[in-house]
Design a protein around this ligand. Structure first.
Ligand code: FE2
Length: 188
């Protein structure tokens, strides 16, 4: 579905998009921005940093937190790659299993009180996120090739409040390119 030049950034961002939740990386409290800045500091590919910064309509939460100018240090790249990242994020539950978009959003809203910036941002972002998911589903339905390559596995296990563990399986390109970053995160 995506050309090779897009697949690696998408996969890298899919693995890394929530790294900013790691307590050791928390600076502003906007996890997408904290994660993107940390990755930028490591010299990670600029496009990956941009995707992490803006994943899942982060600009809404940035507005809620008064951090939009800071988020705009990173370029927003609308299109199939960002849509694919939104799709992966918004159709996967906290334990990594597949969930529907609506169930995913309802779960997030239930975990944050109505006055929390995350709750308010998700309420505003919901139609935008839904459009991204629907565009990806249409592309998957009409695409000539699988999104991630035959036999690959994409899995992120997050332990809330603790370190983040990553399982990398059967994606040699990512494993080779990002081993240093993944190791740094796993043992932060
Ligand atoms: Fe996130």
């Amino acid at each position: 579905m995506l050309p090779d030049d897009d697949r690696v950034p998408l996969l890298a961002a899919a693995y890394l998009h929530d790294v900013g939740y790691a307590p050791a990386l928390r600076v502003t409290g906007l996890h997408s921005l904290d994660g993107a800045r940390w990755l930028r500091g490591l010299g990670v590919d600029r496009r990956v940093c941009n995707l992490v910064a803006h994943h899942s309509s982060a600009r809404f939460e940035a507005e809620e937190r008064g951090l939009l100018a800071e988020l705009e240090e990173f370029d927003l790249e609308p299109g199939p790659v960002m849509d694919g990242l939104v799709f992966a994020d918004m159709t996967s539950g906290p334990a990594g299993g597949s969930v529907t978009f609506e169930a995913r959003l309802d779960d997030i809203l239930s975990r944050y009180s109505p006055d929390d910036p995350v709750h308010r941002a998700i309420m505003r972002a919901r139609p935008v996120l839904r459009e991204s998911v629907e565009r990806t589903l249409r592309r998957l339905a009409t695409g000539a090739q699988p999104m991630y390559g035959a036999g690959s596995t994409l899995r992120l296990t997050t332990q809330r409040g603790g370190r983040q563990d990553f399982t990398v399986a059967a994606i040699p390109a990512i494993r080779a390119a990002r081993t240093d970053v993944l190791r740094a995160i796993a043992y932060e």
